[in-house]
Design a protein around this ligand. Structure first.
Ligand code: G6P
Length: 362
């Protein structure tokens, strides 16, 4: 059964390994034989009527929301704001005339999100919950629901639910773009790119030994670390750092690569582990020069680059796909680095201290 650990020592490793299967399952669930994305008509009409989308989420799901924003904006030409549920509940931003709320939540039970849902429903705004648990509270209470089809996720640190969220955002953004007839959506072959993402994830899963070695080299004996990148690499950095914090207790920060020099670079000391994601042709050179600034201060820099941008001496090469979807592949490196660091330290990978799989208090 899917809830069995099988040959894996921890659920987290099993769930990391399942990500390519989940990508293919999502393609089967949301596309037709001709490759067209299939989404409920009522949902597409509601989305097309909205002048702004508000993605509200917490933790890892919030990081998945950050990846969704450029997908919706570039494919469906609709502005998107991404908010932390725990902040949004108290400090409502000035809303647009026709907002639509998207709740991204693996469990569908996060209390911080429910509070926002109750508030915006009172205002009469349309709501969509994207969740792995279609029987959950947030699924039942929203106007529309989309399933993540990730299968049960047992490890507290979320992995396959995150990549499923990013994939569903891509499918939905494409469907909305097609529905609105945008030219950008026509050119975006989401079926092809999600298949490529699945293959790319598998390539990293097959390099576990290399990632274990990299984790040990970088983080052994270290109690803090940085992940840096620009654009979607920044969003991936936030998630990679969260994974490391959650299960290995290393104080990791995900940082916008260009912002490091405005203060935080003061923290770099000889040996400070700093992982740079270089997956976007637009920003690759800039991020590399930020990584050099860290190395010049003695930081222990590792570069994770896509094959199209890789240079001699890079620490890990990940398969290149459409830049907006590279997070689906790049994060697998972050997940495995966190997994092996926790393993090296002898921690219970699946049940980190102080954390719960879903948080039903505000
Ligand atoms: C908890 C979990 C996190 C998760 C967050 C949001 O804090 O430990 O892994 O990202 O809740 O959960 P959700 O179910 O709403 O995605």
């Amino acid at each position: 059964a899917e809830a069995d650990k099988g040959p894996y020592p921890f659920y987290m490793l099993k769930e990391i390994n399942e990500q390519p299967i989940v990508m293919r399952r999502l393609l089967a669930a949301y596309t037709k034989a001709d490759g067209q994305v299939e989404m409920p008509a009522a949902l597409l009409s509601a989305l097309a009527a909205a002048d702004r989308l508000y993605i509200v989420a917490a933790g890892t799901s919030y990081h998945a929301g950050l990846i969704g924003k450029p997908l919706f904006e570039s494919l469906a030409y609709v502005p998107v704001e991404v908010h932390l549920a725990s902040e949004f509940g108290y400090h409502l931003p000035l809303l647009s005339a026709h907002p639509l709320f998207i709740f991204l939540t693996q469990s569908g039970e996060t209390a911080d999100i429910r509070e926002v849902l109750v508030k915006v429903k009172k205002m009469g705004a349309p709501t969509l919950t994207i969740t792995n648990v279609v029987t959950s509270t947030l699924a039942r209470e929203a106007d529309h629901v989309l399933a993540l089809h990730a299968g049960p996720e047992i490890a507290v640190a979320s992995t396959k639910a995150y990549t499923a969220q990013v994939a569903v955002e891509a499918l939905l953004a494409k469907a909305l773009g097609d529905f609105k007839g945008t030219e950008a959506a026509t050119k975006f072959d989401v079926t092809h790119w999600l298949s490529m993402a699945a293959a790319g994830q598998q390539t990293l899963i097959d390099q576990q030994a290399r990632l274990h070695e990299l984790a040990t080299t970088l983080f052994a004996g270290q109690d803090r670390a940085f992940y840096i990148g620009r654009g979607s690499d920044h969003a991936v950095s936030l998630e990679a750092a969260l994974k490391l914090k959650e299960i290995s207790y290393v104080h990791a920060e995900g940082f916008a690569a260009g912002e490091l020099k405005h203060g935080t670079i003061a923290l770099i000391e000889p040996g400070t582990p700093t992982v740079a994601f270089v997956t976007d042709p637009l920003t690759a050179a800039r991020t590399r020069s930020n990584a050099e600034e860290v190395a010049a201060r003695g930081g222990h820099v590792a570069i994770i680059a896509t094959s199209d941008l890789a240079e001699v001496g890079d620490d890990l090469v990940v398969p290149a796909i459409e830049p907006r979807l590279t997070p689906l592949v790049a994060i697998v490196a972050g997940q495995l680095l966190a997994y092996f660091t926790s393993l090296d330290r002898g921690y219970d990978v699946d049940r980190p201290r102080n954390l719960a799989k879903s948080v039903t208090v505000e």
